[in-house]
Design a protein around this ligand. Structure first.
Ligand code: PEP
Length: 260
């Protein structure tokens, strides 16, 4: 059976606990549960515990935006995947903002992936090139290094529920997503890396999302790209109507492909 499409809301460092709760409330009224679309909310750490009691689990699952790879100990300020394991289904790992502002390198991302998996949390690995790298025609090598390193301490069994988000850094936070042909090329290349490492079954199983200026008007053209299994949504997920429209757009495109 085809896996459901996946739509992930990355709320980043926005919303107080109260505001997050209000947004969930609004979303709950606007979002219909669809078997063909899985919706995941990634609020700040602070909101995970309260929201875990508030969400309707037929409609929403929770994700952490990050996690620390060591299970516990003297690491002031950190929150481990081990501490998150009963709270979240997924964790975003290797987001470009973590790589850029917190200097997260390839090896740390690799260790986070392994730790999340060890703690029964499904990783949503983010990969993507910067504007400079794109102009230098380094997209393929960047994606290769990011994917291969991140997955290198996992097994083919761990790949069963793997999610990888292609997020070109230059498209994040704007109103202009990457062109469908760019997305198609990157998705094909990412799947090829997975196949090279873990074989055809793993490559078929991995769900690949697109992230970067996902807004409702772009959903149908992005979802038409071959091999795209969903969206990782930043700013538009902070607006209940926009996010509900995006979810509905993903549902309709799945329906149009006979996967609804
Ligand atoms: C993101 O940062 O993951 C993202 C997709 O952001 P935005 O939708 O705001 O471009």
């Amino acid at each position: 059976m085809k896996k459901p499409k996946l739509v992930v809301a990355n709320w980043k460092m926005n919303l107080s606990v109260h505001q997050a709760s209000l947004l969930v409330n609004k979303l709950d009224k606007k979002v219909q549960p669809h078997r063909s679309v899985e919706v995941v909310l990634a609020p700040s750490y602070l909101c995970l515990q309260p929201l875990s009691h508030e969400i309707d689990r037929r409609k929403f699952r929770l994700a952490a935006q990050d996690g620390y790879p060591i299970d516990g100990g003297a690491y002031t300020g950190a929150i481990s995947f081990n501490q998150l394991r009963d709270l979240v289904h997924y964790a975003i790992i290797g987001h470009s903002e973590r790589r850029r502002y917190f200097n997260e390198g390839l090896e740390l991302v690799r260790d986070k992936m392994a730790s999340a998996v060890r703690n029964n949390i499904l990783p949503i690995l983010c990969v993507g090139e910067t504007w400079e790298e794109r102009n230098l025609k380094e997209t393929k090598i960047v994606l290769h290094d990011q994917v291969i390193t991140a997955l290198s301490n996992l097994t083919s069994e761990d790949m069963q529920d793997m999610v990888i988000a292609y997020e070109p850094v230059w498209a994040i936070g704007g109103h202009d997503p990457a062109k469908p042909e760019d997305i198609a090329r990157a998705v094909e290349w990412i799947r090829y890396q997975v196949k090279d490492l873990y074989g055809q079954k793993a490559a078929d199983n991995v769900r690949i999302l697109y992230g970067g200026s996902d807004e409702p008007e772009f959903v149908s053209s992005i979802m038409e790209v071959d091999g795209i299994d969903g969206l990782l949504v930043g700013h538009a997920s902070l607006d209940s109507q926009q996010f509900a429209d995006i979810i509905e757009g993903v549902y309709l495109s799945a329906l149009g492909r006979g996967e609804g």
